[in-house]
Design a protein around this ligand. Structure first.
Ligand SMILES: *[C@@H]1O[C@H](CO)[C@@H](O)[C@H](O)[C@H]1NC(C)=O
Length: 318
């Protein structure tokens, strides 16, 4: 009985295997016919690319018109260019390259009350302009890539700055650590964006260079000048306008921002300045790489709270 049984089982197994082989062969042949062969897949990819290219062309066309119209307007203090972001819609750009989340509550752990620089008076030399780049407190422009982590770069730039001011050493610090180890993964992350104050908090709690706390700057540009004269300041900003994405130099004025200011991006204020024609501006460090604008920095009009620059400003206290 036993040999017969095993023989039978072997027979059944062989039959099953044959059936399976047939099915597999048929499936492969069928799939190949349906388009999984190299040639068919290439054709399918070409069709896909043609559709994507047509869509990108439409977006580029609209953006190129926007750039040319703006540059043809002799009254504008800033210039735009069909740069590497010129085939992206504003929404696509905002999803990929910004990531600032305003905090609803003004209180919070490690946030110190008051404003340390409220009684500060600018020296005669520093009345019109000051730039932390000239003091060696600004590291090279970085690139946040396709990650909503502007908040990490802005916070790190402010911490790199205060570290240089206090110790005299300019160290490039890690945004990646903030991304990996953020205290609140739900609100501070690559996908969902975050806030610089949470980043300062993380650095403080983990014995980083900033061990004391951070303060918010009162929401006016006079206070912001006082703070910036003392150290680099992290700011939330409305960068939703395509003018921002395709900015290529000059002083960006308030008309280039959205009609209603909604803080959605973070940058670092690295000084304040006055142009030859007396236009006041903020030099800002961004993190969209060095190909954006001129070397990755920008100038934004000062004195009109352009793009909400003074609305969510904060700095770490060493
Ligand atoms: C600023 O000056 C006022 C009045 O003298 C004083 O009460 C306040 O503590 C000062 N603020 C700081 C941060 O030193």
């Amino acid at each position: 009985m036993a040999p017969y049984y095993f023989g039978n089982k072997a027979l059944v197994t062989t039959a099953k295997l044959l059936l399976l082989l047939t099915v597999v062969t048929l499936t492969a042949r069928e799939l190949s016919a349906a388009g999984y062969g190299d040639e068919a897949m290439k054709a399918r990819h070409e069709t896909w690319m043609a559709a994507e290219k047509a869509h990108r062309y439409e977006v580029f066309n609209a953006n190129a018109h926007l750039v040319d119209r703006s540059n043809a307007d002799g009254g504008r203090k800033y210039r735009l260019a069909t740069n590497q972001f010129a085939d992206m819609t504003s929404d696509e750009f905002m999803c990929m390259h910004t990531g600032f989340k305003p905090l609803s509550s003004s209180s919070g752990v490690n946030k110190l009350p008051g404003f340390n620089y409220e009684n500060f008076t600018l020296s005669e030399d520093d009345q019109h302009a000051f730039d932390w780049r000239q003091q060696g407190a600004v590291t090279g422009v970085k690139n946040q890539g396709t990650c909503g982590c502007c908040w990490a770069f802005s916070a790190v730039a402010a911490v790199e700055g205060i570290n240089q001011i206090v110790t005299g050493r300019l160290l490039s610090l890690s945004e990646q650590q903030l991304l990996d180890c953020s205290i609140d993964g739900r609100t501070n992350s690559c996908k969902r964006g975050g806030n610089m104050n949470n980043a300062f908090r993380y650095i403080i709690n983990n014995g980083g260079i900033t061990t004391y706390g951070f303060q918010n700057v009162p929401a006016d540009e006079t206070s912001l000048v006082m703070a910036v004269a003392n150290q680099l300041v992290s700011v939330g900003i409305d960068a939703s306008s395509q003018n921002f994405h395709m900015y290529s130099g000059g002083i960006m004025t308030a008309d280039a921002c959205g009609p209603t200011v909604k803080l959605d991006h973070a940058m670092t204020v690295i000084g304040y300045g006055t142009a030859n024609d007396e236009t006041l501006y903020w030099p800002l460090k961004n993190q969209w790489g060095v190909k954006w604008s001129i070397g990755g920095f920008m100038m934004l009009e000062r004195g009109t709270n352009a793009c909400g620059i003074a609305m969510a400003a904060s700095y770490p206290i060493p």
